[in-house]
Design a protein around this ligand. Sequence first.
Ligand SMILES: [Fe+2]
Length: 288
Amino acid sequence: MTINNPLWGAELDHIRLDTADPSKTASFYRDAFAMAEKSLGDGSILLQGEDRRLIVGSGIAGDQPYSAFRFADEAKLATYRAHLTAQGMNIMPSPTPLFAKGAFAVSDPDGRQMVFGVVDQTQAPGRSPEGHPPGRMQHVVVATTDLAPMMAFYEGTLGFVPTDHVMRDDEDGGQTLTAVFYRSTKEHHSFAMFLSDAARPDHHAYEVSCWDDIRDWADHMAALEIKLWWGPGRHGPGNNLFFMVEDPDGYKVEVSAELENMADDDPVREWPHNERSLNLWGQSWMRV
Ligand SMILES: [Fe+2]
């Protein structure tokens, strides 16, 4: 199933977050996630550490206008572009300065852009400050009011592979899909969507190497007096250990470990819509 999928192998490289106060938000990510800060020419700010980077720009607080996925080489990118063009997709210029020439964007049904490209090696992430545990930008999640057109786009058009569905039992005896987890590599998800009362960004996550890294990042947050917003816990879908914090705009950021790896032919699994699915250890953030 996945071997002939032209999206297969694409990994989340970075996202852009917008805020009314870029300097405050950039300082938060610089300190909380141990990234170096660099001004970009257009007024936005690049935060980068080893295996992680994001762009903070001026705009609506908490908005996340694009997610950028990288391919390993230009041949894979060209094949993928042809795959989208053949489906009649409107190919737009890439909004990110971090990808090499040839990158492009497409817009999802909620108006958020997905950007695809290869890394411009002159803009590759640098090293993290000494003394911090690892943290690889690994997945991004959005919320939407209508999953069906979003699934048609992300799954049908882009080619994300569904790993897990979360289903709610309704009072009328029917069922409603409330979350979909998608993979583009063997990792359980690189992208996911939750049903919610509004189309909005949900969170993004940094994958670390082990439970001790979760402890070390939590101690780091404690030293900065940043409270854990949710967790530590363990998600059902993905089986990953996690905690979340909030940035200055209340946008959620996750530190994760032990994210499950899937086999290419694993079928879509189903989880019940309850607190236990989203946190096997206890309380949950229920979007609906
Ligand atoms: Fe997550």
